[in-house]
Write a protein that binds this ligand. Sequence first.
Ligand code: ADP
Length: 496
Amino acid sequence: MPVKKYILAIDQGTTSSRALLFNRKLEVVAMAQQEFPQYFPEPGFVLHNPHEIFSSVLQVIHNCISKASIEIDEIEGIGITNQRETTVVWKRNGDPVYPAIVWQSRQSATIIDRWTNDKGADFFREKTGLVPDAYFSSGKLAWILEHVPEAPRLAEQGELLFGTVDTWLVWKLSGGKSHLTDHGNASRTMLFDIHRLKWDASLCNLAGAHHDMLPVPVESIGELAVTDSDVCGFSLPILAMAGDQQAALFGQTCFGPGEAKVTYGTGCFLLANTGTQALQPQNGLLSTVAWTINGRTHYALEGSVFVAGSLIQWFRDALNFIVHSNDSEALASACDDNGGVVIVPAFTGLGAPYWDSEARGAILGLTRGTSKSQIMRAALESMALQTADILRLMELQIGHLSGTLRVDGGATQNEILMQFQADILQRKIDRPAQKESTVAGVAAMAALAANWYTGPEELAELYAVEKTFSPLKSDDWARATYQRWQRAVEACRLFR
Ligand code: ADP
């Protein structure tokens, strides 16, 4: 028997699929990536072709393995992380009845409005930890059942299967033998009772989800399924499944209550581990299952900033301040401070904790001497200030957050942003050496399933910090700067 040296991790994202091979030190030894088409048939609709998702995954698996020039039997097993909430409904013969409805798609918004008017938001929040929204899968499933003429009859006959992307991939990879989802992905469907870890009958009835359509909810790690050699060309166990944000929390080794990570991308995603307790979320935060491992479920509080890196893109593309997003650092470095400028990037309203959908963005504090550099600096600072807003909410709910915040995502390369974030939070920020928190997270889960490590503690020892940002400014400075931000938000909300 050849020694099992590798974990194959699949990262099925919103715009591309990737496969990465990790060695026993959880270092990346090979990677392959493929983009796939996005479909926008009507305003607000975002669709994928489930067959294209699956074929891109198969393709990257094969490309990655051939790049690494290794034998299949050197691979211990597979971990899968995926874009969350995106919904697929297919017939038992493998034909989807409609394209995959992507998490971003707003097509189920009127269904969600109807449900919220009828039932009230608490009906959903208490069981699922979610604030009813078109993001989540149940509205997308209901949309398919309402709009695809043959779907209700097929559902009645037990001919339809429902799943998020994890479920679809495992079903396809296993040759239709395994129809399952992990608790973390299930918690994003708005059909799942996160306290009882079961599908909720009343939520399923509302969406029209028959019991036999639903995948079996399983733990995040274990021998979850086996790939079919007729489909894949090899037979390997699937050892871990986790939605992308859950995998990133694990990859950042936020294993204990109060440990939090922030991903800085187009928007910012914040997750804080709340231990084995699901909190009743307030103020628009969400409560979600992080993972279930060896019978223990960990929960997380989740919040997001809508406009973060996309503000930098706006300065790049609409205002031509910079050519590349990472030029923002050099431009912002040309001044010592923001010169009094504050930007509130409420392009589409304000999210938590303000929840003001009518608010629009503003640049405040301009003088004749204001420079491009100061405006750029204020733009970067607004990413950190919005993150501070959400972390304060989380801290209020959890009671305490760990002293150090872990960060990942494209914009964490920006040192001005990272330093300002440490200053405003008066908290240390750890930027890890492993830049691939999400996919490394699910690889770590699979490695745990294969007993490569004794437990999370040993995984935590592998975590290497590339750079720590410590606060350099005083507590008084942080308080005054944050209050100024809050006044800017108020000013912007007065403008209608
Ligand atoms: P996503 O996964 O959301 O596409 P990435 O993690 O690739 O995002 O990050 C890309 C986003 O981060 C873009 O919105 C870009 O404008 C922003 N970004 C990238 N590099 C920097 C940087 N050095 N400084 C500030 N913002 C950046």
